[in-house]
Design a protein around this ligand. Structure first.
Ligand SMILES: [Zn+2]
Length: 498
């Protein structure tokens, strides 16, 4: 992995906090390091004679952070928290709020204590794919040691938050030496630290490169893509796709958008002879399960998947759990279709697919290195419960979340389309004018050039729409021909009665 540090660019940033935001964005722009709000960074500064820890706010995406996304907390208030025996996340949140020098600042990251106790000015944390591929193996610690030597200390898996900070504190105090430039968190990710913005950032890149080189030197980097791509979906497939979306939505209890990715890597993975074993061991890191569920569904039998997921919940749910996840899959692997992802909106379906694409690489490489290993199911479910619940929030604020609307003559209906998108719907917009393709620059909108009188064009447009969003729940406008063509798809909408 290459350092993207650029002296000229860095020279534009006058303050250390601005530099902190700059190198955070360098990390965040690399999806092989962090995805969808994962990872966090910090810098310790002196202000008015006080030591202040600026740590990334919870939920902010590293790829786009600016100075105002960092929360300033008094080090003297948060560092001593580590001496406590135990602390709930709620108690920790209250302590962080009290330690903020600016009450308007964002909520400090759940890993604030961990950043506070590391005796370095600059700290970076990512979930690097290459590190996970080395760590998530049957003898993960041995491989990490072989890859990194004494450059890192190794911390066994702990749930994010206070428990993890405690574990890291213990290991660091016991094992860190003058050579230590990072810390590997098994089944989770990696920390790097340093005395300048550049040193700290480039140590992260150097450590990830060592993991990549380790995989390469053991023939575990290149993922063989043995299979030719399949043909685009036929109309037969279109109905099968829509039926699958209906079944998955019914299992979830609400409509979901479903996206097909028949790229080479997904098809090759979905056709691995060892798929049933490899794909069912669990996620690369428990937080991924919030978007992808613990395991993908293989094939198209939704009832069998939900029955198995119900058993997983029954066997692993903590007694005090109030809210359990639904039992519908979010990832499906199918030898014909490749990777299918479901989400509460097109954005989340896409996020699930992106995360799973990284999982496929991690699992393939770990398996080539030795044997891919995940965590026990109860650890995964604990993360699913703790970080879940976002779909409910999206549904409350977006009444059309999960629904797919086909809009004919979309350019003339631009304001209607905007309203649908704002309410969370995915929209397939058809128009004979090519301007439809760029009408809305967002993931929930697919603009397709299609002449209403042209049967072939309309068929192709429908097929593309179904591959992008999984089906059609409603048709806006359109002539008799288009209405007739949509009828079988509309009949498979999850909004039709069960
Ligand atoms: Zn993390």
């Amino acid at each position: 992995m290459k350092s993207l540090w650029n002296d000229e660019e860095a020279g534009h940033f006058q303050s250390e906090l601005a530099l902190r935001a700059y190198t955070s964005r360098l990390l965040g722009g690399e999806k092989a390091l962090v995805m969808y709000g994962g990872g966090n960074t910090s810098v310790k500064l002196q202000e008015n004679g006080e030591d202040i820890l600026y740590v990334k706010g919870s939920g902010a995406d590293l790829a786009h952070v600016t100075e105002k996304d960092f929360a300033p907390v008094r080090l003297a208030a948060v560092r001593p928290l580590i001496e406590r025996e135990a602390m709930s996340n709620a108690e920790m949140g209250a302590q962080f709020r009290a330690a903020l020098t600016n009450p308007q600042a964002p909520r400090p990251s759940i890993e604030t204590v961990l950043h506070a106790i590391l005796p370095f000015k600059w700290v970076e944390h990512t979930h690097a794919d290459a590190v996970l591929a080395v760590a998530n193996t049957d003898h993960g610690e041995r491989h990490i040691r072989a890859a990194f030597g004494d450059a890192v200390v190794i911390v066994p898996y702990h749930h994010s938050g206070f428990e993890l900070a405690k574990a890291c504190h213990d290991v660091f105090r016991r094992e860190a030496t003058a050579s230590t430039i990072g810390m590997v968190l098994m089944h989770h990710g990696i920390f790097a630290f340093g005395d300048s913005a550049r040193e700290s950032y480039e140590r992260m890149i150097a450590l990830v490169t060592r993991a990549e080189d380790y995989l390469k030197s053991r023939g575990a980097w290149d993922i063989p893509l043995r299979f030719p791509p399949t043909q685009p979906a036929s109309s037969q497939d279109m109905l099968a796709i829509a039926a699958l979306r209906r079944d998955i939505s019914h299992a979830a209890g609400f409509p979901l958008v479903m996206t097909l990715s028949s790229d080479l890597m997904s098809l090759a993975f979905a056709r691995r002879p060892d798929l049933e074993s490899l794909s069912q061991r669990g996620p690369a890191t428990p937080q991924h399960a919030v978007f992808t569920k613990r395991v993908p569904m293989l094939g198209r039998d939704v009832a069998a998947f939900t029955a198995a997921y119900r058993r997983y919940l029954a066997e692993n749910a903590p007694e005090q759990a109030e809210r359990l996840p639904d039992t519908a899959p979010r990832i499906v692997l199918d030898p014909e279709w490749g990777l299918i992802s479901a989400g509460i909106t097109a954005f989340y379906a896409d996020a699930a697919a992106e995360i799973y694409r990284h999982s496929m690489k991690i699992q393939s490489r770990a398996e080539a290195l030795e044997a891919y290993a995940s965590l026990p199911p109860r650890e995964v479910l604990a993360a699913e419960i703790e970080y879940g619940g976002f779909e409910e929030k999206v549904r409350r604020s977006h009444p059309l979340a999960g629904q797919v609307v086909l809009v004919a003559d979309a350019l003339a209906r631009q304001s209607e389309v905007a309203a649908l998108l704002a309410q969370g719907a995915a929209v397939i917009g058809l128009d004979r004018d090519a301007a439809v393709e760029t009408l809305f620059d967002q993931i929930g909108f697919l603009g397709i050039v299609s002449d209403p009188g042209d049967l072939r064009q309309s068929e192709a447009a429908l097929a593309n729409g179904v591959r992008a969003f999984g089906g059609i729940d409603r048709l806006l406008g359109g002539d008799a021909l288009l209405q007739e063509m949509c009828r079988p798809l509309l009949a498979l909408s999850p909004l039709q009665s069960e």
